[in-house]
Design a binder for this molecule. Structure first.
Ligand code: CTP
Length: 131
């Protein structure tokens, strides 16, 4: 059985989020998703998420392509999370290309960057609605 792992904030859940999770699950038989803590999201994006960690984790955890969700507290702890879940493959969108290759020698986990779904993003949704 191949075990997968991916990470993200998944705030204001949208089609691009669904597609990365579905495509990741096609590459593995079991999928854990690290949901950024509110604090980690603030440090990455300079704003608080619209939905709380608990709400974002409930939404992602309800998807049939997701087997487990957990809180990601720090980007630097990726190798620790990979080991905790015995992940064989780490998948991220290609906005992160190369950024997590450092886990490969530490974990022997395969790392794959998938193309982002064009156009849609949480930031674009917020800006569009703000008007
Ligand atoms: N993602 C994707 N396609 C999109 C948007 C996001 O494949 N159109 C992927 C990202 O590459 C990442 C995961 O979904 O692997 C979670 O991304 P996240 O940062 O939570 O979503 P964004 O919409 O990119 O958020 P923001 O606009 O706030 O940066």
């Amino acid at each position: 059985m191949k075990r997968g792992i991916t990470f993200g904030t998944f705030d204001i859940f949208h089609y691009g989020h669904l597609r990365i999770l579905e495509r990741t699950r096609e590459l593995c038989d079991w999928l854990a998703v690290g949901i950024s803590s509110d604090e980690l999201n603030f440090s990455k994006k300079g704003r608080n998420p619209y939905y709380s960690f608990e709400e974002r984790a409930r939404i992602v955890g309800a998807l049939k392509c997701v087997d487990e969700v957990f809180k990601e507290e720090s980007l630097e702890r990726k190798a620790e999370y990979i080991k905790r879940f015995h992940a064989d493959i780490l998948v991220m969108g290609d906005d992160w290309t190369g950024k997590f290759d450092w886990v490969i020698p530490l974990t022997r986990c395969e790392v794959v960057y998938l193309p982002r779904t064009p156009v849609v993003s949480t930031t674009a949704i917020i800006e569009r609605i703000r008007g």
